[in-house]
Write a protein that binds this ligand. Structure first.
Ligand SMILES: [Mg+2]
Length: 396
């Protein structure tokens, strides 16, 4: 039986995220992007698109097209938090989620569909409605038997589109589209295909059947996949690797080369704080701490030294990780002048699949902590600021 693959694509995600933060932006022409001389439009609101503005365009050009355009610098940390909420929400439908970028992913719905006994459109509408009601996010969903078809389907209707393309509907739905809409064919390739008389996706398919070599000369090896893709025979494997990173880390060059322990420790504390938070947000646990120092001794050839330390159990306890890291630092830092320090948590594991070995007391505490953490995150989300912190974090 063929699979049911979803491609979920958040609509004008960065702009939508800004609207969630500041609802007065809704319906206005604005962009997220750089404002300097070399600034580029990263995402534009649907209103801005009416002026002919599109992403990738230099910001000065956008200003010429729309004098009153608002330019927002982008808050990528906040966007990535929203993105995680999006992915975490989807996990209730399937563990097979392949995140392709901050605002899009594939999801294998086959098992859920079979078990639920619901209609496919009912499930899709529920996902779309819940993402809007709970998170205020707007999503377009495409469905196909392969990742390629699902991706093409999510592009078919936006924003807030739901498009199902059955294999038998491919010729009817995709073949009339201009060849530039074929996922994987870039802007520069289009005129070359036009020269071969290929204007639509249907033209491309027929040309591949009749003279694959000619298409091959233009698009390269990729041409061999085109027929399979358009017959619904390409990959339907949703790999989960992207969203389960094996490590999370951070390395920073110090403001100046130094062997001042206080300065280095301050930087390390900053890294611990951020990296552990990020791991907790991703609902992961760690078992290995990794430190790296870069010597400032030689001009070109900076020597790097790294050390790791394994913990007894998987954990996301910040205080414990902090203590163990400082102790690793005290054991391994040799007092030499360094230029950079890096801190990484390795050997990560998804939290819900992990059996945490705890004593009974630990367990009660763990439950309490995770409950308050969830409530805290909810509140911070309402205010869009980390106003609420755990007491243990404040007392430091
Ligand atoms: Mg998008």
């Amino acid at each position: 039986m063929s699979k049911i693959i979803l491609h979920l694509d958040l609509d004008a995600f960065f702009c939508r995220a800004e609207e969630i933060k500041n609802p007065s932006l809704e319906g206005k022409p604005f962009i997220v992007g750089g404002d300097g001389r070399k600034g580029i439009v990263s995402t534009c609101s649907y209103k801005a698109r009416e002026y002919g503005i599109h992403s990738g365009m230099p910001t000065f050009q956008a200003k010429m097209l729309c004098k009153n355009i608002l330019i927002l610098p982008g808050d990528y940390h906040y966007y990535s938090l929203l993105s995680k909420e999006f992915i975490n929400y989807l996990k209730r439908y399937s563990k097979k989620i392949q995140q392709m970028s901050i605002d899009e992913c594939f999801l294998d719905l086959t098992e859920y569909y079979e078990k639920s006994g619901k209609k496919i459109t009912e499930i899709l509408k529920k996902i779309q409605n819940e993402l809007f009601e709970k998170y205020k996010l707007k999503v377009s969903i495409g469905v196909g038997t392969t990742k390629f078809i699902a991706k093409m389907a999510s592009d078919y209707k936006k924003p807030m589109g739901i498009t199902i393309i059955r294999n038998r509907d491919i010729p009817k739905m995709l073949f009339p589209l201009p060849v530039k809409s074929f996922f994987g064919i870039g802007k520069k390739t289009v005129p070359k295909l036009n020269q071969l008389g290929i204007y639509t996706i249907g033209d491309l398919y027929n040309h591949c059947l009749n003279d694959l070599n000619e298409v091959n000369d233009v698009v390269g090896k990729f041409s061999a996949d085109i027929i399979n893709e358009l017959e619904g025979k390409s990959s339907d494997e949703v790999s989960t690797e992207f969203i389960e990173p094996k490590s999370i880390g951070m390395s920073r060059t110090l403001d100046y080369d130094t062997n001042n322990r206080e300065v280095i420790l301050e930087m390390l504390e900053f890294q611990i704080d951020n990296v552990v938070d990020s791991m907790i947000e991703q609902q992961m646990l760690t078992k290995t701490i990794y430190l790296v120092y870069k010597d400032a001794a030689c001009d070109n050839d900076f020597k790097e030294k790294s050390f790791s330390h394994s913990l007894n159990n998987y954990t996301d306890n910040k205080e414990l990780i902090r203590k163990e890291t400082i102790s690793l630092f005290n054991k391994t830092y040799d007092g030499k002048v360094i230029r950079l320090i890096g801190f990484t948590l390795k050997n990560l594991k998804e939290k819900e699949n992990t059996v945490v070995q705890m004593t009974f007391e630990d367990f009660a505490k763990h439950e309490e902590n995770s409950k308050s953490f969830i409530i805290m995150n909810e509140l911070n989300r309402v205010y869009n600021k980390p106003i609420f912190k755990k007491l243990s974090d404040l007392e430091k």
